[in-house]
Design a protein around this ligand. Structure first.
Ligand code: NAD
Length: 373
């Protein structure tokens, strides 16, 4: 990585967004100092904060800032109570989130799921199924497949039994689309335990056959990564039976949508789960959009109750996947691991039956992570 300053657009958004973003930016600045890189962070409104500031969920100035930045660190947007006040297409989830995904060609969604042993109680599985803790990464294709394929419509038809309706969705993938997401997954596996499980339904779907053939071909470029294939129905079952067998799980869009939520449930709280959405790479830098897996949590917003870890781990993902700063990313992840091992807990991961646990607020959790860096 060169000594040039990393240009980060920080869009906190609504609800708990600003309070968890505040902690994440503190951690980012402290990490930069310790790891010897420089960051130029510019904050801008998005979501209802954008509507209040400039009349739009994604104000023009915010979009322009994103275009001029190397990466976007995002909080979350949406306040259900305010939804009825604007038309659907102007609401933050559509007008900001989907717009950004499209604008920046974000085709790869990475969702790491980690369950440290100390949070065993938060996992719905029995302890003997959790091994020494869980650590897997779901890589989901984000712009193809059934959600976008054409034709996509509902039409009136006439059946022998009389008039009816027919709904059509189309699953389409081209080899370049499969190749580029496969590269992302293999590269991620290289940074981890070097095992890749590619998910498909090759026993039934043409798309599954092409997916399997293409991933197998790309695997030749990554001899250090062990590739296995698994049918999606079996994968759904294996995630519950033996999640410790997975390292990187590669899925097309719809399978990834479902399996990443199933995998997320294993971690016990949305407050622990970061995510990355990646676009194209140029000159060694990958444009990325980094956000917590959860939403704005209006029920706890503004009360110093939110868990900032998902947002803080999103910073680690950004350093790893956009800027190749693996050591700095690990430094943050290890600091988070340390405070969890030391017993610090926000409400979402607190258990009164754990005698070593101490309940803390958003700010104290952020400060403890900085102290542990
Ligand atoms: P949510 O994720 O905001 O909340 C679900 C539950 O998880 C709540 O009980 C909440 O308190 C808890 N939670 C979430 N993050 C937490 C954290 N960091 N610490 C502690 N607890 C946490 O989902 P929701 O209630 O369905 O949605 C609220 C709003 O957020 C909606 O407007 C929705 O559209 C929006 N949303 C936005 C995004 C995004 O910006 N990417 C994602 C999901 C939901």
């Amino acid at each position: 990585m060169s000594s040039k300053s990393l240009k980060i657009a920080a869009l906190a958004g609504d609800g708990i967004g600003p309070e968890v973003m505040r902690e994440a930016l503190k951690v980012l600045r402290a990490t930069a100092t310790k790891s010897g890189f420089t960051v130029a962070i510019t904050e801008a409104p998005v979501g209802w904060a954008g509507i209040d500031a400039a009349g739009k969920a994604l104000p023009d100035a915010t979009l322009q800032l994103c275009r001029e930045s190397d990466s976007i660190l995002f909080g979350s947007v949406g306040l259900p109570d305010r939804d009825p006040t604007v038309p659907k297409e102007e609401r933050p989830e559509r007008a900001a989130l989907l717009r950004i995904r499209k604008e920046f060609g974000l085709f790869a969604n990475l969702r790491p799921v980690q369950l440290p042993k100390a949070l065993s109680h938060a996992c719905p599985l029995r302890p003997e199924r959790q091994g020494d803790g869980l650590d897997l990464l779901v890589v989901r294709e984000l712009t193809g497949g059934m959600y976008f394929g054409q034709p996509k419509k509902t039409e009136a038809i006439t059946l022998p039994t009389g008039p009816a309706q027919r709904a059509i969705d189309t699953m389409v993938y081209t080899t370049p689309e499969i190749e580029r997401i496969a590269h992302v997954a293999f590269q991620a596996a290289k940074l981890r335990r070097r095992k890749l499980t590619s998910i498909d339904k090759a026993n039934v779907l043409e798309n599954g056959i092409l997916w399997r053939e293409t991933v197998t071909r790309i695997a030749k470029e990554y001899p250090e990564v062990a590739l296995e294939h698994m049918f999606v129905d079996n994968a759904a079952m294996q995630l519950m039976l033996k999640p410790t067998q997975f390292d990187v799980v590669l899925c097309e869009n719809m399978f990834g949508d479902i399996l990443s939520d199933e995998a997320a449930a294993l971690a016990g709280s949305l407050g622990m789960l970061p995510s990355a959405s990646l676009g194209a790479t140029s000159s060694g830098q990958t444009f990325g959009f980094y956000e917590p897996a959860g939403g704005t949590a209006p029920d706890i917003a503004g009360k110093d109750l939110a868990n900032p870890i998902a947002q803080i781990l999103s910073v680690a993902l950004m350093l790893r996947y956009s800027f190749g700063l693996e050591d700095a990313a690990k430094r943050i992840e290890q600091a988070v691991g340390k405070v969890i091992t030391n017993g610090l807990r926000t409400g979402d991961i607190y258990s009164s039956t754990d005698p070593s646990a101490r309940r803390v607020g958003t700010r104290e959790m952020g400060d403890a992570i900085i102290a542990a860096l």
